[in-house]
Structures are given as C-alpha cells and as structure tokens.
Design a protein around this ligand. Structure first.
Ligand SMILES: Cc1ncc(COP(=O)(O)O)c(C=O)c1O
Ligand SMILES: [Zn+2]
Length: 411
C-alpha cells in the first residue's frame, strides 16, 4: 500500500488527512475536490509489484492509498475482460478496438471499483454507516459491497432510478431514500444528511478515494497492453469522476515509471445532459448547470460534481469531452450486443457512441488502438435496452403452423 497526501485541485493546498473524506474548505465542494498524491518509491514500481492479473483490484495495493490491513470486501472486484472487437474496429476505421467489459463486476457496474476502495477506507477508520446519492449504479454498488462487509448503507436516489437497480439495493438490505426530485437534488440532500448524522460519505467527487478505485480500470487496460498504449480510451461521463479517474491512473503510472505515454481520453455525455462537453468546447473553466434529459439515466447529471478533474483529464491528454445523441447511444448498444456479445446499459455504451461520432467526423486515426469502457451492464435498465432493440419476436402458435412460419428462416 502507498502512503499519501491530499491536495486541492484548484488552489493546490495540501489538506490534513481527514478521517471522514471531504473537500478543500477554501475552494468548496465543487471546485475544491482533492487529489490523492501517492508517495511512490524513488525507484518507481515494477510490473511485478502489481500482483497477478485476475486476482482483483486489491492486488494493485502498491498504487492504492489504503492503510495496511484495511478490511476488504471478499467479492472479486475488477480484472474484467478486455475484448478485441475487430468488427467494431472496422466500423470505426481504426487499427484495433478493444472493449473493457466492466459490467462484469459484482453489482454489474464499474462503480464497484470505487466502492471497494472507499469501504476499505471507511472500515479502516471504524465507520459503521455509509451514505451515498446516486443515479442508481453507485447506490446498488454501495448496497452490494456494504452487505458483503457487514456495513450499513443509506442510499439517496431520484425516483426515476430504474427498477433493477432499486431491486439490487433493497435485496442487499440497504435503506433506500427515494427522492422526489432529480439526482442533483438527491445529491444535495445526501450531503446535508451526511453532515448532520456523521455518516461516511460515498458521494462521488467529494470522496477522493472513489477515484482511486475507478482508476484501476485504466491500470488494467495499460497492463493488458504491455504498458504501451492504447491511443484512446472513451467512457461515459455524468459527474466526471470515472473519466477523471482514468487520467489519474496514467498520472500514477507515469510517476511510477510504468508508462511513457498517456492516451487521449474521450469523455462522452448525452446531448441532453452535456454541461462538461459544452464547457470543454467553449474553453470554459467551469460548466454551466443545466436540467438534464437523456434516456441514459446513469449520466443524466446537470451539475457535474467532479468538473475540475474531468476538464483537466480531457485537456491534459489531448482528448475531448463530447456529446452524442441518445440515438447514437442506442446504435452503440446494438453494436456491442450484436457484434461482440456485450450487453451494455445506455451509459455503458456511451463510450463507444462517442468513438462512433469521432470516427464519423475524422477524429480517429487509422493507426489508433482505441478502448471503449462498458461501465454498466444492460440488465440494469431493460426498458432502455428495449428502446434500442430494432428486431421484434416472431409470434407463433404452439403447433405445426409455427413450422410453416419458420420456413423463411435461413438454414
Ligand atoms: C454505467 C455508468 N457509466 C458512466 C457513469 C459516469 O460516471 P461519472 O458520474 O463519474 O461521470 C456512471 C455513473 O453513475 C455509470 O453508472
Ligand atoms: Zn482549495
């Protein structure tokens, strides 16, 4: 494990290592999110310091800010498959396309990486109750991993959270507070409750340990590619924490001497919920809040809480924050399912949707090796999946007349 300090992303002030995660008091919650700065060995790290691929993210403890002996979930987190997708590469006009299937985590989204690290931290400082606001996935992840560790979870979700995600939370025994409002309102309510009741906060962005968990996705990608490449990583963006964390992975890997180049990072929003893409396009330092509207519920965010790190990730890597239509996301869901066999929820397909848009406007190079991160599983939102499906079932009677109907099918 690596010892660490916490530094404000805006003013650079080093914060005392608070027991309960928080932000820089001078810069506030939105602008004063904290970077975890790892104290790495002077000689850097070797690949063998990162354990054996397949054992899950805690094998990466040399790059994680956890105290020795911090309690861990027994669930296997991370080390998800990275699939070669030649038909998608041909469609994009690039040398190689890879798909990181992070829907293969215990609660079926990449949020488990973050929750596992945050709950190890919470348990190491003796917190018994952890709270989070969420569009749905962070909440079902918190419920799942808290259950595995005997920690109480209190969850704030908007009433629009898809039923499969809510069923995960209830079955895992979490207290679910359904807020009659937007995710952004649920977030503010949860933040007030955390302050009043002293719970440990798993709220995105304001807990710097979450990005430390999410960065393990890009570490696994770089490792799988022999520490060289890819050229582009694309992922869906709501609050921007997942996206900023992929940048943090390469910051740490560069500091550890494990990589020499950093991919262009492409963060993908939906056009109805694209404050970060607009700010990027305008060269602005901060996004304008908006009332979000997209069928991709996990990225339906109007006030991006990890805005500083997200804009930094796009700008520092020569990447971009872009917005795609809901129909483009549906197209990406169909491609992932039909050309690869990977079932993605809408936000999980947003990364590939962004690559499709970039390809259409000449934003990818023929030599590029690109990675689309599928950040959530399709069964998380079956209504969203049905809205992307083009075919419909053949309806037949359970008798011989069905065989006649099947005559026209290919043999
Ligand atoms: C499946 C999925 N993809 C992408 C995201 C975007 O993550 P962030 O809000 O950190 O930008 C989320 C967040 O809930 C998610 O659940
Ligand atoms: Zn500050």
């Amino acid at each position: 494990m690596a010892s660490h300090s916490l530094r404000c992303v805006t003013c650079g002030a080093v914060q005392p290592p608070a027991a309960v995660p928080s932000t820089c008091p001078a810069c506030g919650d939105l602008r004063g999110t904290l970077d975890v700065v790892l104290d790495l060995p002077a000689g850097g790290l070797r690949p063998s310091d990162l354990g054996t691929p397949g054992e899950g993210i805690f094998r990466l403890s040399a790059l994680l800010p956890l105290p020795p002996g911090a309690p861990r979930t027994p669930l296997r987190i991370g080390d998800t498959p990275l699939y070669d997708a030649p038909r998608i590469a041909a469609r994009l006009g690039v040398a190689a396309a890879l798909v990181k299937d992070d829907g293969r985590n215990p609660s079926a989204s990449m949020k488990d990486r973050a929750t596992a690290v945050a709950l190890a931290h919470a348990a190491s400082i003796g917190c018994a109750t952890v709270a989070a606001a969420s569009t749905g996935n962070a909440a079902s992840s918190l419920a799942t991993i808290a259950a595995s560790m005997g920690i109480r979870a209190v969850i704030f979700v908007p009433r629009t959270a898809p039923a499969p995600k809510v069923s995960q939370m209830l079955l895992a025994g979490a207290t679910v507070v359904m807020v009659d409002g937007t995710y952004d309102q649920a977030f503010d309510l949860c933040a007030s409750a955390v302050r009043r009741f002293g719970w440990y906060s798993r709220n995105t962005a304001t807990n710097p340990f979450l990005a430390e968990g999410k960065k393990t996705c890009a570490i696994e990608i770089a490792e799988a590619l022999g520490w060289s490449g890819p050229d582009v990583i694309a992922v869906g963006v709501g609050d921007g924490c997942v996206f900023g964390a992929q940048h943090k992975a390469f910051t740490d890997l560069s500091a550890a001497g494990l990589v020499r180049s950093v991919p262009r990072l492409v963060g993908v929003q939906a056009v109805g919920a694209d404050p970060l893409a607009r700010a990027f396009e305008a060269g602005a330092g901060a996004p304008e809040p908006m009332v979000p509207s997209t069928f991709a519920d996990s990225i339906s965010v109007g006030i991006p809480r990890d805005q500083v790190k997200a804009l930094r990730a796009a700008r520092a890597t020569g990447g971009a924050l872009i917005a795609v239509t809901d129909d483009r996301i549906r197209e990406a869901m169909r491609l992932l399912a039909a050309d690869l066999g990977v079932f993605a929820e809408p936000a999980g397909a947003a990364g590939l949707a962004g690559l499709l848009d970039l390809s259409a406007r000449g934003g990818l190079r023929p030599s590029d090796r690109v990675v689309a991160v599928v950040s959530g599983h399709g069964l998380k939102d079956t209504a969203g999946a049905m809205s992307a499906a083009t075919g419909s079932p053949l309806h037949v009677s359970p008798d011989d007349s069905a065989l006649a109907a099947l005559e026209t099918l290919p043999r």
